[in-house]
Design a protein around this ligand. Sequence first.
Ligand SMILES: C[S@@+](CC[C@H](N)C(=O)[O-])C[C@H]1O[C@@H](n2cnc3c(N)ncnc32)[C@H](O)[C@@H]1O
Length: 312
Amino acid sequence: MVCLYRDNAKMTQHVPVLRDDMVNAVMTDRDGAYLDATFGRGGHARALLRQLSPKASLVALDRDPDAYQAAVDLSREDSRVQPMRGVFSEIRSLLSSNRCNRLSGLMMDIGVSSPQLDDPARGFSFMRSGPLDMRMDPESGESAASWLNRVDLSDLVNVLRELGDEKNARAIAMSILDKRPLYTTHELVTAVDSSRSRRDPRKHSATRVFQAVRMHINDELSELNRGIEAGFHHLVDGGRIGVLTFHSIEHAIVRQKFRGLVRPVVPRRLPVRGTSLGRAKYVVKAKRPNPAEMNINPRSRSALLQVIERIE
Ligand SMILES: C[S@@+](CC[C@H](N)C(=O)[O-])C[C@H]1O[C@@H](n2cnc3c(N)ncnc32)[C@H](O)[C@@H]1O
């Protein structure tokens, strides 16, 4: 998810999280076909391409128009790269239409990128005022402003609790409803602050609210679930899927999904107990960045990498 980027005129510098761990775990065949489903600015993708042969290929997928443009730019320098714009839940149709049905590996680095966060016009940041948008693809779906200006109290409380783990969800939701209509990120921050709810001194008051609204607007948990299913479907025997997550709720979804593939639950009455029906094995069960990486890139502190390999 969030990685460290620094804007330098139009140049964006990027420090991908757990880059070598991800690439080394996912790369199994130098000549293979790979998918980076969260291309961003291509930090993981470039590291993978350096390890692949000229015969290999890499589909660079992202739903964000600027990330897609970055993938198009890279494809002009490297003919192994095929840029694609779309979402995880479309992976099966996108790959089939591109006649890329069998993958040796797939990388997913979940969440928003720093270029998205750092651009006030995208509406992801509570630090800079901008339109209250928060869509990773601003050309599709409903903006945060539109949703917040129509949602009812109980739905808003549920989103803030479930996706933001916000303990003051009810007070904050009531304040948001009271301050409507909201059009800017600054107005949302003001609504959160005027709820006068108890604060966590280590976090900005609006951190959890922005996270929850963003995850809801982009349907992130459902996308994660469907992306893992679609990606696993396309893996060759011995192919690997690596997922990097940054929130406990996402860690748990990946853990549960991977566990289900490694050790599926077998109904008691079936005569197959004792045999292995697993369709996958663990490659990396749970890897966190080391203290040196956390120091260089504080945003990597909550990262968790999980990788499985498909077995027949
Ligand atoms: C943390 S960034 C990836 C950074 C990238 N690994 C790099 O090294 O530059 C996550 C990217 O995934 C994209 N993304 C998030 N959810 C997506 C989805 N469901 N479908 C397609 N792209 C998605 C975002 O637009 C964002 O560009």
